[in-house]
Design a protein around this ligand. Structure first.
Ligand SMILES: Nc1nc2c(c(=O)[nH]1)N[C@H]1C(S)=C(S)[C@@H](COP(=O)(O)O)O[C@H]1N2
Ligand SMILES: [Mo]
Length: 240
């Protein structure tokens, strides 16, 4: 991203989207005044205090998807703060650690054997553009349950090969439409879009969706370093 994030410091979400020219999108996305998050992690009075096991059983509401005919292949702009890391997928391992009983080190071959989820959703960047994209990959919740997290895990941190980092609330991470994608619009994920693995989710803004993820860490406490853009003033939750 090239614009100065200071101009967007601490704006409430509505105002933020208006400034980015996305207020109508915001309306489409949360029609009845609830945020998508409230709708999907429903009847959770304090979603940030729900334990992982409850969240894995939680009947999350699914975000409506778009038909394949709505995909906008040219609309997804490359947004990379610094450089595009080149990762050899043959030598790549995704590391999963933190407050878990079973640390993992997964190759792409192992990841590709897990159930494939495909979804066509709208990607929204706070810089004022959006794109309907089809992503396919594995559900993040499948990785998290494999790793056997402690019941009091509340946060998850993502480390990327370009130095980017992001933390999320665990409830959003366990949403069934939060995936680690390795395909885009029916093709292998291009390296500029985060290959071999990137986050994709219809409940979070673009900057929450880390590309080139190398490490996933389950945490009981909110990390001090919240995220690359968050640490420069962007809002942490980044929900739609
Ligand atoms: N590792 C990493 N992930 C990242 C970024 C980045 O610079 N580095 N940019 C973020 C932002 S602001 C957006 S909008 C999307 C853009 O994804 P795209 O480049 O695939 O369109 O990636 C997000 N994830
Ligand atoms: Mo973005």
């Amino acid at each position: 991203m090239s614009t100065n994030p200071d101009s967007k410091l601490y704006l409430p979400r509505r105002r933020f989207l208006q400034i980015s020219g996305l207020s109508s999108l915001g309306l489409v996305l949360s029609s009845c005044g609830m945020s998508l998050y409230d709708e999907v992690v429903f009847n959770a009075t304090e979603p940030l205090n729900q334990n992982v096991e409850a969240l894995l059983l939680n009947p999350y509401k699914l975000i409506p998807e778009f038909p394949a005919s709505a995909i906008e292949p040219q609309a997804l702009l490359i947004n990379t703060f610094d450089f595009t890391p080149k990762i050899d997928p043959e030598k790549f391992f995704l590391k999963v650690d933190g407050d878990i009983k079973r640390p993992l080190r997964l190759s792409m071959a192992e990841i590709e054997k897990m159930p494939l989820t495909s979804m066509t959703i709208r990607h929204i960047c706070v810089e004022g553009w959006s794109a309907i994209v089809q992503w396919a990959g594995i559900r993040l919740r499948d990785i998290v349950s494999l790793a056997k997290p402690s019941a009091d895990v509340r946060y998850i941190n993502f480390k990327s090969a370009d130095g980017y980092y992001e933390s999320w609330d665990i409830a959003s991470a366990l949403h069934p439409q939060t995936i680690l994608a390795y395909q885009k619009n029916g093709q292998p994920l291009p390296v500029e879009n985060g290959a071999p693995l990137r986050l994709a989710s219809p409940i979070k803004l673009g900057y929450k969706q880390s590309k080139w993820i190398t490490q996933v860490t389950l945490l009981k406490e909110k990390p001090k370093a919240l995220g690359y853009w968050e640490d420069q003033g962007y809002e942490w939750f980044g929900g739609l």
